[in-house]
Design a protein around this ligand. Structure first.
Ligand code: NAD
Length: 281
């Protein structure tokens, strides 16, 4: 079984991006910039944002974090986004989710200029992705896609089963695999027989949030299995896939941690650079 080393692939990608940033600097005399808005003091969000900032600096991007207390008014955040939309030094804007209840997530997402939407959540980017046009692609599914392609560059005609239909993971993952000519089934909490759906898959992507949901006897021999889940349990952080069982069946499997997670941030940097490049045309 191939253990898909997301840490290593992400480090390679960051190295590649570092080279690209120095090339862009020479070419345009400018550096792509990422601005993150962080609201409140949720520990996981603070950790994610710190990691994003560190990685952005590591590849040579300009990086800025704007912090607001939990009590910030929605209006203040929307005004700041509008300011960033017209700031030529800002290539990408990310508002760290989740947001406090009094702030309308959709309004925030739709206020970000789609050309600076490094998370790929703006309806314009969602539409472009599903129409097969150029767009920002949500970072986690993009990371999963790159890992799959690393294992198997030609996946045309493969049967893929996505477990979970979130806007963040499952739905964009479906679009990416459709673009590669996979036959894609998207499953969710109301799917009648998840096991038999998974058993047909050459590629499984699990993005559910239920510890070790996907069992060894759900997986066809030599399938590629990508585990997006991050679940805190008594035995530590586990994914949505039962690693011990599935590693005996799969051709390739991502560990948790060290699989999809590191790719997410690397793909955010990639998206920032892509937004910059598109703005220079
Ligand atoms: P979500 O809660 O938004 O969506 C979960 C999806 O799973 C829903 O579509 C739901 O229909 C489906 N589901 C729920 N129960 C099910 C069941 N019994 N059988 C089949 N489907 C079921 O979750 P999300 O935001 O997509 O996140 C999923 C997991 O991925 C979480 O563990 C989250 O922490 C993790 N995550 C990881 C990364 C990363 O960088 N690795 C990034 C984002 C999310």
């Amino acid at each position: 079984m191939i253990l898909i080393d997301g840490k290593k692939v992400a480090a390679e990608l960051r190295e590649e991006l570092k080279g690209e940033v120095s090339q862009l600097k020479k070419q345009h005399n400018k550096i792509p910039g990422l601005t993150v808005i962080l609201i409140g003091d949720l520990t996981p969000s603070q950790i994610y944002v710190r990691n994003k900032e560190r990685s952005a600096k590591e590849v040579g991007l300009n990086s800025e974090v704007i912090k607001y207390p939990d009590s910030v008014e929605e209006k203040t955040v929307l005004e700041k986004i509008k300011e960033l939309n017209v700031d030529a030094t800002v290539s990408g804007i990310l508002v760290q989710l989740p947001l406090p209840k009094h702030i309308d997530k959709q309004k925030v997402i739709e206020t970000i200029d789609p050309s600076k939407d490094v998370d790929g959540f703006h309806p314009m980017n969602v539409g472009n992705l599903s129409s097969g046009y150029e767009s920002s692609i949500p970072c986690t599914p993009l990371g999963c896609y790159l890992l799959i392609k690393k294992i198997e560059p030609n996946i045309s005609g493969k049967k893929a089963v996505i477990v979970g239909r979130s806007n963040l993971n499952g739905k964009p993952m479906t679009q990416l695999l459709l673009k590669e000519n996979c036959t894609v089934t998207i499953t969710h909490s109301k799917t009648k027989d998840l096991k038999s759906e998974c058993l047909q898959a050459d590629i499984i992507v699990a993005a559910v949030g239920i510890p070790e949901l996907v069992k060894g006897d759900w997986v066809k021999k030599d399938a590629i299995v990508i585990d997006v889940g991050i679940n805190k349990t008594e035995k530590g952080i586990v994914g949505d896939v039962n690693f011990n069982e599935v590693s005996k069946k799969a051709k390739a499997l991502t560990p948790v941690p060290g699989g999809v997670g590191p790719m997410t941030i690397a793909c955010l940097l990639k998206n920032t650079i892509e937004c910059f490049k598109r703005s220079q045309i």
